[in-house]
Design a protein around this ligand. Sequence first.
Ligand code: G3H
Length: 455
Amino acid sequence: MTRTLTITSPIDGSVVGTVPRRTARDVRTAYSRLAKAQREFASAPLAERLRVTKLLATTLLENRKKLADLLVREIGKTPAEADTEVIRTADIVTGTIREAKRQRPEVIKDAGNPKRRQEVGRMPLGVVLAISPFNYPINLAITKLAPALAAGNAVLWKPSTQGSVVATRFAQGLYAAGFPRQLLAVITGSGSELGEALVTDPQCGMVSMTGSTETGQWIAGRTGAIPLFLELGGNDPAIVLADADLDLAAKHIVGGAFKLAGQRCTAVKRVYVVRSVADRLVRKIDAEVAKLGPAGDPREHPIGPLVDDSAARRQRRLIADARKRGAKVIRGGTVHGRYVEPTLLDKVPQRAAVVREEQFGPVLPVIRVKDADEAVRLANDTEYGLQASVFSRNAKRARAVADRIDAGGVHLNGPDQRGPDNFLFTGHKGSGLGAQGIRFALESMSKPKTTVTNR
Ligand code: G3H
């Protein structure tokens, strides 16, 4: 008898669905089947690979409402966030297909021999293991599936436990639309039971994972010499200089910090503001946070629940620690079950846990600094390096600050974010390895293969 996992909604604890609780043996069987099918798919013409890839977009669009409703119930997204996830993902598939059609082998000439030239083509990697997180269960899976398939790979998809109902429903829709089952397997179950088998199987050609820094580092320590893409945690600082447009900064900081109740790797997680404008900025941020209203059912409130009880308990601990260290609670500060009131903390010291750790919740600390130099020093004082933002009316000054921040990307006068999805997105330090973005993901899911012509 197949063991199952019951997935409940963070909104009210009601049952969203059940999924199989697979074993390490199931993982090995899935790899063998996928590897066999991939060997044939590797030599299929590009048109066939792209026909298969396109079914991802068709299935998303045909099931738009059903998938979005599930994202609301299973993850606690607002209906607008859920719908955007589905549509954005279909666009990524279309963009991937367009990019794959554009790719041509590169020709390199031998400078010493005009008759000799090298053609650099691409080959698939085999079976790609795609590990997707709870916060974008569809989007951050298909950003892996689409380039993997277009490049001629098969995929073993391990969704996060919360998010595995929507993943299995999507896969069912895909198979019903005629997608070849032998090229994609969804393996649901407990990460701690399956992790070892998933990342150490000799038939695993690549691991593409989005999730926590802790899990990413564990994976990097377990796999052999195979390509890895890791999109991990972030502790993104927003730096506000004395000459910033404070209305603009407040609007983008709040949008960046509280969307999806702060459960985004790219959320603004710390604000460093120059003292001379700190009072005014805090008032403006507070006014923006007030517009969000109280946390509640995401079908009626912009701030929904956190994914589980322990995520909410973490916010409680971080708020209490900041208070103990002298921070002032400007707004919010309370937690009811999985619901955390949008919280603004001022005069937070750098050593507070809410500054040191990735909160992944709707809690925003403001740290007051003397000048840009102190802001840069404190912004870089972290194990993470995903993104950052800098607000200043002086473009040159903003750029100079951005250049000193050790992060994969810096936004000037705008919020941190991964998209648009053709942009390169990467993390430094504990925030990851490799790059995504349509073209970059396609390249990362294949390996170069050269042919040298001698006459
Ligand atoms: O949570 C990590 C995601 O890559 C963030 O994506 O910036 O589009 O919300 P986003």
